[in-house]
Design a protein around this ligand. Structure first.
Ligand SMILES: *Cc1c(COP(=O)(O)O)cnc(C)c1O
Length: 440
């Protein structure tokens, strides 16, 4: 029996990073120092963009952008119905009204054909989320935005380094933002970045970010210590000892999903928690510089893992693998499949030592928090049955083969996905043929 268990998430880190972190603390350059500016400049240069500002969180970078845009109070901002709840919550906090547009369940991204129907004379902006590392249909989104004179702010929190028709995400809209949380493409144990080519917006974003109080060296030490402990905790070596027994035990009682203990509680962010109002630190930027330098390499690894799954699962009738369009470069923050019985599949998988996540982002249009802005979004709701396979760059090739083997095994006896609908379409097709025949 293979004792190595594979957690649903893995943390990106560049070997040798810890030594530099310790050295920064020793030099007294954990809080302030030259790396912040260097990280901002390299990040901008990577994207061929003019201005970037680091922030305490990706969400705060977005908040600063919204305030910098100086929109009239009560302006409507279009969001995908499926996104991380904190993003529309930031708009609400900035005195704006989120409007939710349904997503295409095959891409998990905002459905561009549904945007126009949501536009009113109060609409000012569209915030497409490049969800799970997959770029949105930017040509169509930019066309609609230009036609209606709307500002586009891209949420690139899950998609740093992804490309749409050869062009990096975050370079299409008037502004964009990124996250450097532990699980994101560049991990600096928290933090975010705002990016724009508009000098005025950039100056107003910077003014807000630099107005925040500095983090203390002590709280930074805690941030890194906590980060390293969690990073080790979900590594195969340690996850085997705590996460796996816990999850496997829970799976026996049918109560196996631990994700609700991992993610932040959905609540009004009013007032902001104290950690939001902080300045980005030099030691985080040191780690960020290393992460940025390895971003393309890490993304290529995740992409290779994904390609292996797509090929290896192509004959599984109980599974639908993600659609990979040829004109985009997906970075696979998550690899999401649809399975005919996702809950049973993940329950069985954890007993084989492979941990799947069932759902991860929020159907914001149906959250209590956004009752006032509720919308009917069947596409977003249908994604709640999606299953995420571990695809992170830290996985070894042998881990990927193992996941593949487990997925095939646990879904092997399940009914084919969408059998009913294909039967139905066959019936309709027959009817059409028949009526066509009789007409002739
Ligand atoms: C992580 C994330 C954010 C916010 O990033 P923070 O740094 O946690 O504020 C925003 N949007 C999406 C889609 C995310 O996944």
């Amino acid at each position: 029996m293979n004792l190595r268990t594979i957690a649903r998430y893995g943390v990106r880190s560049v070997p040798g990073e810890e030594k530099e972190v310790v050295a920064a603390f020793r030099r007294g350059e954990a809080v302030e120092g030259p790396a912040i500016k260097e990280f901002e400049e390299r990040f901008a240069a990577y994207h061929y963009m003019d201005y970037t500002t680091a922030a305490s969180f990706g969400r705060m970078a977005f908040y600063y952008i919204l305030r910098a845009l100086d929109l009239p109070a009560g302006s409507e901002i279009i969001f995908p119905a499926l996104t991380f709840w904190v993003v529309p919550e930031m708009a609400r906090r900035a005195g704006l009204r989120p409007v939710f547009v349904d997503v295409d369940p095959s891409t998990f991204n905002i459905d561009p054909s549904k945007i126009e129907a949501a536009i009113t004379e109060r609409t000012r902006a569209i915030v497409p989320t490049h969800l799970y590392g997959q770029p949105c249909e930017m040509t169509e989104i930019m066309r609609v935005a230009e036609k209606h004179n709307l500002i586009v702010v891209e949420d690139c929190a899950q998609a740093a380094g992804a490309r749409y028709r050869g062009r990096l995400v975050g370079t299409f809209g008037a502004a964009s933002f990124f996250s450097f949380q532990m699980l994101k493409g560049i991990n600096t144990y928290g933090g975010g970045m705002a990016m724009t080519n508009d000098a005025g917006v950039a100056a107003r974003v910077r003014e807000q970010a630099e107005n925040e109080p500095l983090q203390s060296a002590q709280s930074l030490a805690k941030r890194f210590l906590g980060g390293y402990i969690s990073r080790a905790g979900i590594s195969p070596k340690w996850f085997t000892f705590w996460g796996y027994p816990l999850q496997a035990l829970a799976s026996v009682f049918g109560h196996y999903d631990l994700s609700k203990y991992i993610w932040e509680k959905i609540r009004p962010l009013d007032p902001f928690p104290r950690a939001y109002r902080q300045r980005y630190s030099n030691v985080q930027a040191i780690v960020g510089l290393r992460g940025l330098a390895h971003l393309d390499e890490f993304n290529a690894r995740s992409r290779a893992h994904a390609a292996r799954y797509t090929k290896g699962l192509s004959d599984c009738r109980a599974i639908k693998t993600p659609r990979a369009s040829s004109d985009i470069e997906h970075v696979y923050y998550q690899y999401c499949i649809y399975a005919s019985d996702p809950r049973r599949a993940s329950r069985r998988a954890i007993r084989s030592g492979v941990d799947f996540e069932t759902t991860h982002v929020d159907v914001c249009s149906a959250l209590d928090l956004f009752k006032e802005y509720a919308a009917t979004c069947p596409g977003a709701e249908s994604t709640e049955s999606a299953l995420q396979l571990p695809v992170y760059s830290r996985l070894r090739d042998s881990d990927v083969e193992r996941v593949l083997e487990v997925v095939r095994r646990v879904t092997g006896d399940m009914t084919a996905l969408g059998e009913e609908s294909s039967v139905q379409s066959a019936v309709t097709q027959n009817a059409v043929t028949l009526s066509g025949n009789s007409a002739r």
